[in-house]
Design a protein. Structure first.
Length: 291
């Protein structure tokens, strides 16, 4: 190599210069690019030729690995339910239809994981606001029922499983529907289990109409200032409107419960001892919880 001590430094500077102009997508031309930096120095040219092929192979391996890593997003399920764009080849590789399942376990186990065996092969999973979201390929009714059955058992009587079916291009819409169902069954204090839109049609219609929702919230709002009465109403709903059961759950006499229900009627203008009144109050409680 030349005796000039500045030659290696100059060479590296020229390498950086050509590197700034290189598009990076033609690894097979890397040697030619580096030869430009070597200029007329034969020793540097030989160095480029001997080491350039090694660099080419290294970059080709890196390119292939990077291509694989970016072809499938790290959290594909999260991208799909958010409606974010995914590469078309990735979308085409998915099942035609999916069962979107949003799972919320009880307070003590909200963060617990679902085993791979429970989720099953081909199932995409992610978490959203603490809830587990599963995208289950809807290709086998028996398999889908088995997975949802296992998920219901996994809840162990504490929590809810909300589902919706959609095509692979409409998974964000399916997630919104399942999330709304989950919000409604939780707000309605439903029993633990699996629910779909058909189980909450009335409530779903209510929350889709903003003016109706606000009117219902106005009905229940005065009750917020009366903690005992609020507890009494929720206990009545939990007992499926059975007043004897509600009184037992509250550890109070039935006559005390009836007195409180009269007070609720006075505060809200809706009689919780009548069918229409208790339905309206239940809808108002749900609207207040999900608005």
């Amino acid at each position: 190599m030349s005796d000039s001590s500045s030659e290696p430094v100059d060479f590296l500077a020229r390498v950086r210069a050509v590197g700034e102009k290189w598009s990076g997508d033609r690894h097979g031309e890397l040697v030619d690019v580096l030869l430009q930096a070597a200029g007329d120095n034969p020793e540097l040219a030989n160095l480029v030729r001997s080491s350039g092929s090694i660099l080419e192979e290294f970059l080709e391996g890196f390119r292939r690995n990077a291509g694989q890593a970016t072809s499938v997003p790290r959290d594909l399920a999260a991208d799909l339910i958010a409606g974010r764009a995914v590469p078309q080849p990735v979308l085409d590789s998915l099942a035609t239809r999916y069962l979107v399942a949003v799972v919320r376990s009880g307070a003590s186990g909200r963060g617990k994981a679902v085993s791979a065996e429970l989720a099953g092969p081909g199932v995409l999973s992610t978490r959203h606001d603490g809830d587990l979201v599963l995208l289950i390929p809807d290709i086998d009714d028996c398999r889908t029922k088995r997975i949802t059955g296992h998920l219901t058992q996994w809840l162990n009587g504490s929590g809810w499983l909300a589902v919706a079916k959609r095509g692979r291009a409409q998974l964000a819409d399916g997630f919104r529907e399942a999330s709304d169902v989950l919000r409604l069954v939780a707000a309605g204090r439903r029993a633990s289990g699996m629910y779909s839109i058909n189980d909450v049609l009335v409530e779903y219609a209510v929350i889709r109409h903003e003016e109706v929702t606000e009117n219902l919230v106005a009905v229940i709002k005065p009750l917020r200032a009366h903690a005992v009465l609020w507890e009494t109403l929720t206990a009545l709903i939990d007992a499926d409107y059975n007043r004897n059961k509600a009184a037992k759950n509250l550890f109070i006499h039935r006559s005390t419960l009836d007195y409180r229900l009269q007070r609720i009627a006075g505060v809200t203008g809706c009689d919780p001892t009548s069918g229409r009144g208790v339905q309206l109050l239940t809808a108002a409680l749900i609207a207040d919880s999900v608005r």
